[in-house]
Design a binder for this molecule. Structure first.
Ligand code: HEM
Length: 156
């Protein structure tokens, strides 16, 4: 029974990751460059917020499911003390997104960025793009390391 639940949690984990990191990839490699090309610096952040807001909810739900299923698997495997670096990397990525989506964004990031964008729209949007590229790279590394680790290629 524990094994079946574990497999279910793993399937759920992967579905949540696909929805979440797939969305981050779209925002980073399609949405942001398209906005950069088509909008004046003053309009960029407004357009970005309009389009990205919709993804925010999806990102929050999938981050939550990925975290719950991930910690549940650790509990079933009883692997708290023996987690390899690749599990630490997954948790780090999850923690950064959780912090940004649930704490920093609503508390001050949103307002701070708005102000910054008014003063220097060109630089602000570049910073936004850079942050997305860094987060996406780290996330893809976690996906690759997660699969390699879960299938025995990396030490637990
Ligand atoms: C709280 C955060 C997380 C925890 C506790 C967690 C935990 C786990 C555990 C325990 C496994 C199964 C390992 C095994 O079967 O030996 C796993 C698999 C996996 N995780 Fe995570 N994870 C988390 C977040 C993430 C994130 C953020 C990503 C990607 C960006 C990710 C991607 C994966 C992938 C791709 C697999 C492999 C699935 C497979 O090949 O079957 N996880 N995770």
């Amino acid at each position: 029974m524990d094994y079946e639940n574990f497999v279910l949690a793993r399937a759920l984990h992967v579905v949540a990751i696909v929805l979440w990191i797939g969305g981050v990839a779209f925002v980073t490699t399609v949405l942001i460059p398209a906005i950069r090309k088509s909008q004046s610096p003053e309009e960029r952040l407004k357009t970005f917020e309009l389009l990205e807001n919709k993804f925010g909810f999806q990102a929050k739900i999938s981050t939550l499911i990925a975290g719950l299923s991930g910690f549940y698997m650790l509990h079933v495997m009883n692997a708290w003390a023996t987690m390899g670096w690749w599990i630490h990397l997954m948790i780090l990525v999850w923690f950064i997104f959780t912090l940004v989506l649930f704490v920093l964004e609503p508390l001050f990031l949103h307002k701070w960025f708005h102000k910054k964008a008014q003063n220097d729209p060109e630089k602000s949007f570049f910073l936004l793009q850079l942050m997305h590229i860094i987060l996406l790279s780290l996330s893809l590394l976690a996906v690759a390391a997660g699969v390699a680790g879960a299938h025995g290629l990396l030490p637990l």
